[in-house]
Design a protein around this ligand. Structure first.
Ligand code: ATP
Ligand code: MG
Length: 158
């Protein structure tokens, strides 16, 4: 379906903002109000639910989560940044593998199976996008993904 990604993303972020009881600040940086993408909304919801849940799960109280959407024609790049524990450099690619979890002892008590990002990768690639992570240990993590969009639908024609 063709949807305005910004509206869709805002709705998902709002849902988290209303239900989390963690003391975390959400910041949104979007380059436009209208960005049209052709996506399976159920699948993209699942992708974003996992990325945002991870940002919250692996961050202490009182931190910031920043959402951004930038234009890299003909793609948009979506990113979710946290100020959590971070991921060691040599494991940045591995977190997208099935069942891979950084530091098994530490993550076991947090619940989950280690499938979230593997599923996210499959779904983003099925939409002809890419997904990757950047991180500084002890400072935070950013998950980035791209999606093709239609720049001609972006302007208002009124
Ligand atoms: P599931 O998503 O299946 O409930 P999970 O969250 O452990 O379990 P993934 O979402 O695939 O699995 O993430 C894989 C691993 O990557 C996590 O176990 C964690 O070690 C690491 N990770 C993912 N996101 C972050 C993040 N924002 N900060 C720090 N580590 C992260
Ligand atoms: Mg997860």
């Amino acid at each position: 379906d063709w949807v305005n990604f910004i509206e869709f993303f805002n709705r998902i972020i709002d849902r988290f903002e209303m239900t989390i009881n963690q003391n975390i600040t959400f910041t949104r940086n979007f380059f436009s109000d209208d960005v049209y993408v052709d996506i399976d909304t159920d699948k993209l919801t699942q992708v974003l639910d996992n990325i945002i849940s991870n940002a919250l799960k692996y961050s202490p109280q009182g931190r910031k989560v920043t959402f951004s959407v930038v234009e890299k024609e003909p793609f948009i790049e979506v990113s979710v940044s946290d100020e959590g524990m971070g991921i060691p450099k040599d494991q940045l690619d591995k977190i997208f593998d099935r069942f891979y979890r950084v530091d098994k002892a530490r993550t076991r008590q947090m619940g989950g199976t280690g499938l979230g990002l593997a599923i996210a990768k499959e779904m983003i690639e099925a939409h002809n996008g890419k997904i990757w992570a950047t991180s500084v240990e002890g400072k935070g993590t950013t998950i980035h993904f791209t999606l093709p969009y239609d720049p001609s639908l972006e302007d208002d024609w009124s």
